[in-house]
Design a protein around this ligand. Structure first.
Ligand SMILES: [Zn+2]
Length: 58
């Protein structure tokens, strides 16, 4: 699987949605441990999510 697929799953998790078919939480966590880029991407996504919630944007 590519980083882009994990990022799709990560963004779903951040949004509180279900993971896409074919991606398990364990696989996502394992990828995050080994991929600094996706780890940083996930941090940004979480921060944006918090900001959006604070300003009631979504
Ligand atoms: Zn990655």
């Amino acid at each position: 699987m590519h980083c882009s697929e994990f990022r799709t799953a990560l963004s779903a998790r951040v949004d509180g949605e279900g993971l896409p078919p074919g991606v398990t939480g364990a696989a996502l966590d394992a990828h995050l441990l080994g991929c600094a880029e996706c780890c940083a991407w996930g941090d940004r996504a979480r921060r944006l999510r918090v900001l959006a919630a604070r300003f009631d944007l979504g």
